[in-house]
Design a protein. Sequence first.
Length: 558
Amino acid sequence: MPLKLDSDPEQPVAGRRLLGLFTVVLGAAFLLGLGSWGVLESSEARYAEIAREMLVSRDWLYPRLLGIEHFHKPPLTYWLTAAGLALAGPTALGVRLLPVLAVLAQVWLVYGIGKVLFAGNRRRALTAAVLYGTLPVVLISALNVTTDAYLTTLELAATFGLLRYYHTGRWWGLYLCWLALGLAFLTKGPVGFVLPLMAVVGFYFRRGQARRPFSGHHVLGVALFAVVGLSWYGFLIAENQAFLRYFLVGHTVERFVSAEAFGRAKPWWFYLVLAPASGLPWSVVLAGRALRTGWKALPQLWRNVLVFWILVPLLFFSLSQSKLVLYVLPIFPGVALLTAYHLHEMPETARRRWYLGCLACWGLLLLVLAALPWLAVPLHLTLTPMAALLPAGGLVVLLLSSWQTRHRLPATARLLLAATLFTATLLLAAKPLLRQNELALNGVRPVLELMQREGLADRPVLVYNELLSSMAFGQGRLPVSLYAGNTYLLRETQFEPTAAWHRTWLNSFAFTPHTLDSLRQQRPVLLVKGEVNAGQEWLIQPFSHQLEVGPWRLYYDW
């Protein structure tokens, strides 16, 4: 008898076993070809290089980027990236391995939270987990190494522990919450409190919940948070009091209120557009059903999820002057949970319409991906015809599965199956596109491959006016950065104990021909993106040879 997800909610096979199958499919789609393209600028390359330098130096307390101390973020992401490099080697696969595992853990945590909010209903919890695992923003977070994938995992772990404690009184949930909050604080600071705090408010707001009494477990939990979350900060502040203002003002207050602080200023409506776009198609399903259902018909629990898990955090991040798409990743578990609620509450005929609409959308996207090799030139992309096989094959499988299950599964199960197939195909089809267009995506692996072919790989590299962490990671050694006005190349050196950083960071405005002659004695490769600035042509004139690859020019002597 075929499995039907809309049958008895207590049917155990509709829970962990199906979620395990989904995790295997999603994990395989992530991991296959995960290292086929090099690390990309700027965030991924920055985390990769800091982790590599940590592994080389065995210094886990003072993150360094291109030889200069870098305290923009707490160290947990660097430690985890270094762990990935230790497991899989100093490769792009090693950099991306743990973020993928973090996203897979998020899927399971959404399932666990769903079981709590849906009062043990496994099929609804499973729907929420699959919806979450197929969100575009979640896929991007796994393939783009930043703090956000780890932060969201830890926030979800804290929320899960807290809700389990409130619903069952089991003390281990409280310890899990405080431990996860401590690790979140080591990942991105105070912002790690946002989702767990909203979960607490949402649990109590207008629901008449009995409050758990304060106990010794709370004291021990707070102590656990302090030891785990504050130890690194405390060590640095004890060593140098200037770190207190640096963390509290420079990287908390100024990051939130100053548009110029980190060059990530976006308009106030940025997330109002990007959040729904990065949540397709489930954001459309959620918006459509929410408008149709109305506020009064929504139970208080799900009103609280909408307000405190989605709208309030969205408003909070919108008020911040520093904006990137992945900053709002923690709102999407709420999106998945609320969408799952609406899907299971709507009539079967409505679910069938949503399924057919999503299926048509996914089929069209796979058709476009299959045609992309022939559309690549006008889009300034490179893609071989062989790359069309994966999306074309995925489209065939998607349509065949739809036909085979038309009488065997209800609409919700067919929708989840189609979403899984489409997501797996999309992830696999994206790998050749990323590999063949690294230069357009700010990767330097083609530059390194050219240097290898030309016998230049062992030479020192001078990088003109670019903070090129990917070059250091790819070569396994530090280049010399030549500052020529690019503000991204300016470094914070106030905590440097010595002037040794001048060996790898030079001001080209203070250059003289004699300085360049001294550098040329080491037979370096000068790497320039595009052209040198007007008036600095003399930097490249002494070099006798030149190579070009994409936007990069390599100057060198034999």
